[in-house]
Design a protein around this ligand. Structure first.
Ligand SMILES: Cc1ncc(COP(=O)(O)O)c(C=O)c1O
Length: 344
C-alpha cells in the first residue's frame, strides 16, 4: 500500500502543503528575519496580531516554543503557572517550563474543556513569602487530550475575571483556536481580548508545514523576540514558511467545518460498538475502549493492516483526527475498516 493510499487519522499535523501553498512559498519575498527584514514574516505577524486584536505577534518554529516563550513572559523563575493536568504545556512539552523557565506548575484535575473557574480561583496563591506565588493561568482551546472540546466563551470570561481579581495573567494555548472559532462562531478578536498572551499554530489543521505565533502586547512581543533568540528559535529567510502560514489563514480556516463534520461521521460510526466518542465538537475523536474487547494497540494494529492509521493514547484510549489531507472518500474507507475491525 502506498503512502497516498493510507488513511492517516493519527493527527492533523500529518498534512502536506497543497500545490497552492507550495506556489505561495516559492514566490515569497524573503529577508533575514533575525534582522527583522523578512517582509513575509513581518506581514504574517501583523496579520495574526490584527486577527486577535493585539498589538504584535512573533513567528516561532513550533507550538511548543510559542507556548514556552509566552510562559516565560508571564511567569518569572521560581514562580507558578496553573493549568489542567492534561494540558499540552505540562504533558507533551518535556518539562520545558521548568527546564528553560524555572517555572513551577500546579494543575487542576484533567477535565478537558469543562473548566470550573471557581476551582481555579481557589488554587491561586497570593504574592508573599510563605508560598510560591501564582503568576499565570493557562488554558487550551481546543483541548487536545480533552477530545477537541471547546471551552465556552462564558467560562473564558469568568476565568478572565478570576485572573483580573487575583492580578495574574491568562495564557491561551490556542494551537487549534481556529477550530473553536469555527465550531462556536466566536470571533478570533473576541478570544484575543480575553488573554494576555496566546500561542496559535499554523501547522495543525491549517495545513502549513511549520509555524506558530505568540500574540500579545508590543512590549511583551519585544521581550518574546529575545526569549526566542535565546532558545535558538531565531530564523533567517523564514518568509518561505510564513508564506505557507499566510496562505493557510486565507484558504484553510473556513473549511475546518468540513473536518468537524467528518469527525462527527467517524464518531457516529464507532458509537454502536460501545466505543465512547460522544462529545465530539471539532476534529478530534477520542475513543474510549474500556468496554470493548479490543484494546487501543490491538485496534490500531488491525486498522493499520487495512490501511487506516490511528493514534494510541493509552492502553484503552485511541484517537482519530480529521484534517486537510482527508476527503469524504477517505472517511468512508476509514468507517468501513473501523466498523469491520470493531465488530470482529
Ligand atoms: C494543544 C497543543 N498545543 C501545542 C502543541 C505543540 O505544537 P508543536 O508540535 O508545533 O510543538 C500541540 C501539538 O500537537 C498541541 O496539540
Amino acid at each position: 500500500m502506498t503512502v497516498a493510499e493510507l488513511v492517516d487519522l493519527r493527527s492533523d499535523t500529518v498534512t502536506r502543503p497543497t500545490l497552492g501553498m507550495r506556489e505561495a512559498m516559492a514566490a515569497a519575498e524573503v529577508g533575514d528575519d533575525v534582522y527583522g527584514e523578512d517582509p513575509t514574516v513581518n506581514a504574517l505577524e501583523a496579520e495574526v496580531a490584527a486577527l486577535f486584536g493585539h498589538e504584535a505577534a512573533l513567528f516561532a518554529p513550533s507550538g511548543s516554543m510559542a507556548n514556552q516563550i509566552a510562559l516565560q513572559l508571564l511567569v518569572p523563575p521560581g514562580e507558578e503557572l496553573l493549568c489542567d493536568a492534561d494540558a499540552h504545556v505540562v504533558t507533551y512539552e518535556i518539562g520545558a517550563a521548568a527546564a528553560y523557565g524555572g517555572i513551577s506548575s500546579r494543575t487542576w484535575p484533567a477535565v478537558g474543556a469543562d473548566i470550573d473557574p471557581e476551582v481555579v480561583a481557589r488554587m491561586i496563591r497570593p504574592d508573599g513569602y510563605f508560598a510560591v506565588p501564582t503568576r499565570a493561568i493557562a488554558v487550551e482551546q481546543t483541548h487536545n487530550r480533552g477530545g477537541g472540546g471547546v471551552i465556552p466563551l462564558a467560562t473564558l470570561r469568568e476565568l478572565r475575571g478570576v485572573a483580573d481579581d487575583a492580578g495574574v495573567a491568562l495564557h491561551c494555548d490556542g494551537a487549534r483556536i481556529w477550530h473553536a472559532h469555527v465550531a462556536d462562531g466566536v470571533s478570533l478578536t473576541e478570544y484575543g481580548r480575553l488573554f494576555d498572551t496566546l500561542s496559535v499554530c499554523l501547522s495543525k489543521g491549517l495545513g502549513a508545514p511549520v509555524g506558530s505565533l505568540v500574540v500579545g502586547s508590543a512590549e511583551k512581543i519585544e521581550r518574546a523576540r529575545m526569549i526566542r533568540k535565546r532558545m535558538g528559535g531565531g530564523m533567517r529567510q523564514a518568509g518561505i514558511l510564513a508564506a505557507a502560514g499566510r496562505y493557510a489563514l486565507a484558504h484553510h480556516v473556513d473549511r475546518l467545518a468540513e473536518d468537524h463534520a467528518r469527525a462527527a461521521r467517524l464518531a457516529e460510526a464507532v458509537a454502536p460498538f460501545g466505543v465512547l466518542a460522544t462529545t465530539v465538537r471539532t476534529n478530534l475523536v477520542p475513543l474510549d475502549l474500556t468496554k470493548h474487547a479490543l484494546d487501543a494497540r490491538a485496534l490500531a494494529a488491525a486498522a493499520r493492516e487495512e490501511g487506516v492509521l490511528i493514534s494510541v493514547l493509552g492502553p484503552r484510549t485511541a484517537r482519530l483526527v480529521t484534517h486537510l489531507g482527508l476527503d469524504d472518500d477517505a472517511v468512508t474507507r476509514a468507517v468501513a475498516v473501523l466498523t469491520e475491525v470493531l465488530s470482529a
